[in-house]
Ligand binder design. Structure first.
Ligand SMILES: *[C@@H]1O[C@H](CO)[C@@H](O)[C@H](O)[C@H]1NC(C)=O
Ligand SMILES: *[C@@H]1O[C@H](CO)[C@@H](O)[C@H](O)[C@H]1NC(C)=O
Length: 386
């Protein structure tokens, strides 16, 4: 009620007063930034640890829950990631092709001061992997595919200016491994490593998978390349099998297929169907392994379809289409089937009978001829005797 009677000028005075009262008291409260802030690389190919020690002279805030506000990013990226924590370390994945920068300050929550949160100045740190070789020595066209959610395969091409004697090596790591592991089974071309067949990878999905391809030669240094991806996003399934096409009535056609064999659950597939009716082809998708299609014309002579599969959005953010399945077709009307099933065999049988008859007739003629000749001979013998 009292406020209702305040005019604009009074209200302003009130605000200015409160500001004046609080500023001097807060200015007295100061806190130091965290000590020994550093970015530590444990050798996990991009998974780094940011760590620090409590600020000096914390005694003023004995019963106060001190917090830290941490900001970090790859050098060159637009946005900082921000984390508020009470711990003295924080871990996250970074792209080691670039540098890393981070800053941290101490936060004293409002309840320990006179109502305003107090922050220290920033402590800063940066990290670069030791640079080696020039840009042109890095591998090119790195390509990794997780076939049927079972077999991971990566391949690459040598850098443009990579020296002839240099060879590449691949290391990988994901959360759960004690240390980075070198590829146990390289794909080779002319004695050089150009790819890696990974061993069976247990509990490696839905987490960052880190790869580093560097060089073995010290005399001709190679710049390492770093890659981060999640395995479920690079799955290429097998094509669907056992396609069947049933013409239900004059309008509807039922298409069915069985999902590819392997460890991928049925609920993770999306299928793309390419359906051809005479000369028109169109494409549709479904998450079931069958689909009902309406023909555009009940006169169509030829219906065909093929299917390919991919991991759907419920199981991954991305994926690769499988190869197309074999094509399955339905051709023409009933009378054509009649031709195939009755007329052709009938024609064959008729032809067979005809041939047999001819042969028999031919043989019979030959027989008659020999009999006739024999008779003639006997007759001529008789003639000579007489
Ligand atoms: C390649 O990277 C691995 C893993 O980080 C490291 O152990 C190895 O020493 C590196 N090799 C070269 C030649 O730098
Ligand atoms: C095709 O469809 C038309 C109209 O829907 C119908 O009148 C006709 O009988 C159908 N023909 C055949 C061969 O089913």
């Amino acid at each position: 009620m009292a406020f209702a009677h305040l005019d604009g000028r009074h209200f302003c005075t009130l605000l200015i007063c409160t500001t004046f009262v609080s500023v001097p008291s807060n200015a007295e409260i100061k806190v130091n930034p965290p000590e020994d802030f550093e970015i530590v690389d444990p050798g996990y190919l991009g998974y780094l640890s940011l760590q620090w020690q409590p600020p000096l002279f914390l005694d003023n805030f004995k019963d106060c829950p001190i917090e830290y506000e941490l900001k970090y990013r790859n050098i060159g990226s637009k946005y900082w990631k921000t984390v508020i924590t009470k711990n003295l370390h924080y871990k996250d994945g970074f792209d080691l092709n670039k540098g890393v920068e981070a800053k941290i300050h101490t936060l004293v929550p409002a309840q320990c001061t006179n109502g305003l949160e107090v922050r220290s100045s920033w402590s800063e740190a940066t990290y670069w992997t030791s640079p080696r070789g020039n840009e042109d020595t890095k591998v090119r066209e790195m390509d990794c595919v997780y076939y049927n959610w079972q077999h991971l395969l990566c391949s690459w091409k040598p850098g443009v200016s990579a020296h002839l004697v240099t060879n590449y090596q691949l290391f990988y790591w994901f959360e759960g491994l004690k240390h980075a592991i070198q590829c146990p089974d390289y794909i080779k071309a002319n004695g050089k490593n150009t790819g890696c067949r990974f061993p069976h990878l247990e509990s490696s999905d839905y987490k960052d998978f880190y790869i580093c391809v560097n060089g073995s030669s010290e005399s001709h240094p190679i710049q390492p390349s770093y890659f981060i991806f999640q395995l479920q996003n690079i799955v290429k399934p097998l094509p669907p099998e056992y396609l069947s096409l049933t013409v239900e009535n004059s309008e509807e056609v039922n298409l069915r297929w069985s999902m590819p064999k392997g460890p991928i659950p049925a609920k993770c597939f999306i299928y793309e169907i390419e359906f051809t009716e005479d000369d028109t082809t169109w494409v549709t998708t479904t998450v079931e392994n069958e689909i009902q299609i309406t023909r555009t014309s009940n006169e169509s002579k030829k219906l065909c379809f093929l299917v390919r599969s991919k991991i759907n959005m419920y199981c991954s953010d991305d994926g690769l289409w499988s190869e197309w399945s074999d094509e399955q077709c339905w051709k023409g009307d009933k009378w054509k089937e009649t031709v195939v099933f009755f007329l052709i065999p009938f024609a064959f049988i008729s032809l067979f009978i005809l041939v047999i008859t001819c042969l028999l007739l031919y043989n019979q003629r030959a027989l008659l001829k020999t009999i006739f000749q024999a008779k003639k001979e006997v007759f001529s013998h008789q003639e000579t005797f007489f």
